[in-house]
Design a protein around this ligand. Sequence first.
Ligand SMILES: Cc1ncc(COP(=O)(O)O)c(C=O)c1O
Length: 258
Amino acid sequence: MDISQLNNEIRKSKLLGKKLFSVVATFGTTIRGSIDPIYEIGNICKDNNIWLHIDGSIGGIFAISNYKFHNIKEIDNLNIANSITINPQKILGITKTSSLLLVDDMNKLKKAFYTGLPYIDSSDDVLNRGELGVQGSRPAEIIKLWLGLKFLGKDGIDNILSSSIRKKFLFENILDKNKFYVYSGSLHIISFEPKNMNTNQINTWSLKLKKILLENKFMISRPLHKNRYILRVVFGNFNTKESHIIELANFLNNNINE
Ligand SMILES: Cc1ncc(COP(=O)(O)O)c(C=O)c1O
């Protein structure tokens, strides 16, 4: 997110008499796993009394680890958010759905959803959790997440998260920067496209390469980025070995003209 543009938009909206209720910052973008300047955005939101939501679908899970991810920017600033979404299934292999919406103050949920339940005596000051969301009685979705985290344990989670980052950097180091433009932040996602090709050529190249790689058991994705389909690798599978990464990067380096 461009901070000066954010400031401009806030100024413009105020001039037009519009009420801004939320800014959404991203902690781990879909294409390159990059991170917005959360701290700066948080302070702007505080100054202007705007709710800050952080989309941590991809990166938020890294904050539960005790492992010190020194290279991941802003990881200690996530608590500046009023709300954050986290998708543990994206990297920990926990069954969907297990996405979380966390808020900084549970009373905000009560304020938003409370209707009063005439069939329940809520006179005690015990908070009725059925009043904290749209649904009253809810399926026990959380058991999947709890079991998954319990099964992996702290060390298991640290291992998965730290190895995903190591794998990304290994791949990035081998990929030939003379041949590819590489897009990546500090997380476990990387996208790339060949240099010296026009949009049509890149679209054809990525389609063909993706098919060839799939036949060779490499499942990589082909996201739309700035009007063209490029290639993306997400190091989200714990079973991916270093040898696979070296094989994939070398294959790409050597078959760019496929
Ligand atoms: C940055 C980001 N936000 C949100 C989502 C969507 O999450 P969900 O599948 O929980 O709707 C994705 C999915 O890949 C994502 O990459």
